[in-house]
Design a protein around this ligand. Structure first.
Ligand SMILES: [Ca+2]
Ligand SMILES: [Ca+2]
Length: 325
């Protein structure tokens, strides 16, 4: 039987407390109760809450294998996608060489944020002095709606925010596993491109594309049809996202267990993933890789957090998405 409750517009401090499956959620530090934000943003306008299906703020990815990176046929397909863009004459296979080779990775179970970290969430960390201030100007104020993904954060800012929540930045392999699933699909939602299910741009003189509904940022979670089967939003597009790893222009072909990226002696660059509202479809593939200096602050770059999963207790349910529905 489905229970439907009429609610006042102000929701309880944490929607996680309402979850039937909340007992299996990893504990959030009290300072992070703002994780209820996205749930509140979705539910408040309707003022009606179905008690059977509130989304949890993090999604559990079970331990498993991932075919990480691209093979030559993937590069040929990406090259064809690139060639269809206004600046298609600038495309070459070298754009995708950093995705090679496809290789096997075994990943331990982890929890990952369902949404990109928002402006409102980051500001709570700033207010208690745990996160650094972001540069602001008249020209950037339009990027600071509370429900937008936070931008203009350095890699250190992103790391500090996740630490504030008792979490961490995802490794590059964790991000790719979340976006591509165990089967290695091309996009978070599946194998085929769909221009309406992610906030993307294009490869041209004007890199924005408003046909998806947004020329610049979209509120986090605006594209339910572009979520992964587990219900993780915006892993392709909106803001590109910091990962924990340093960047190397290719992969070690050997199978790896929980890879952490190259050592500090190789480079100071950090991997960014997922593409943003100024990136064309070929940059929104789950295998696509880019990089930035850790001090870079961009209006196209944000992040989300992950947390390593605890070992399952004997006799407990197997790892999986704790969010019903
Ligand atoms: Ca767009
Ligand atoms: Ca994103």
């Amino acid at each position: 039987m489905l229970l439907v409750w009429l609610l006042p517009r102000a929701l309880p401090a944490t929607a996680a407390a309402l979850e039937p499956g909340g007992a299996s959620e990893p504990p959030e530090p009290s300072a992070a109760t703002g994780r209820a934000r996205a749930t509140a943003a979705e539910l408040a306008p309707r003022a009606v809450l179905s008690m059977s299906s509130p989304p949890s703020p993090m999604v559990c990815i079970p331990e498993g294998e991932l075919a990480m990176g691209s093979d030559e046929s993937d590069v040929i397909e990406a090259l064809a996608d690139c060639a269809s863009e206004p600046y298609g004459h600038r495309c070459s296979p070298t754009l995708f060489a950093n995705e090679l080779p496809r290789h096997r990775v075994l990943l331990s179970s982890f929890w990952i944020d369902r949404f990109e970290v928002t402006v409102a969430e980051y500001q709570r960390c700033e207010q208690v002095g745990r996160c650094g201030p972001r540069p602001s100007s008249e020209g950037t104020q339009r990027f600071d709606r509370p429900d937008y993904p936070v931008t203009r954060v350095s890699w250190l800012d992103a790391r500090d925010y996740c630490s504030f929540r008792g979490a961490r930045l995802p490794t590059e392999a964790e991000f790719e596993r979340a976006a591509r699933g165990p089967s290695g699909r091309r996009y978070p939602w599946g194998q085929l491109w769909n221009s309406r299910v992610a906030n993307h741009g294009r490869f041209g003189w004007d890199s924005t594309e408003a046909a998806d509904g947004y020329a610049e940022l979209a509120p986090v979670g605006s594209f339910p049809s572009g979520a992964t089967p587990e219900g993780i939003y915006d892993l392709a597009g909106n803001v590109a996202e910091w990962t924990a790893d340093r960047y190397a222009p290719g992969y070690d072909p050997q199978p790896a267990r929980d890879p952490q990226g190259p050592p500090a002696s190789v480079t100071n660059l950090r991997v960014i993933r997922g593409g943003s509202y100024v990136h064309a479809r070929f940059r929104l593939r789950g295998a696509s890789r880019a990089f930035a200096e850790p001090s870079d602050r961009r209006t196209t770059l944000g992040f989300r957090c992950v947390r390593s999963a605890r070992r399952a207790l004997p006799g407990s349910a197997p790892a999986g998405d704790a969010a019903p529905g």
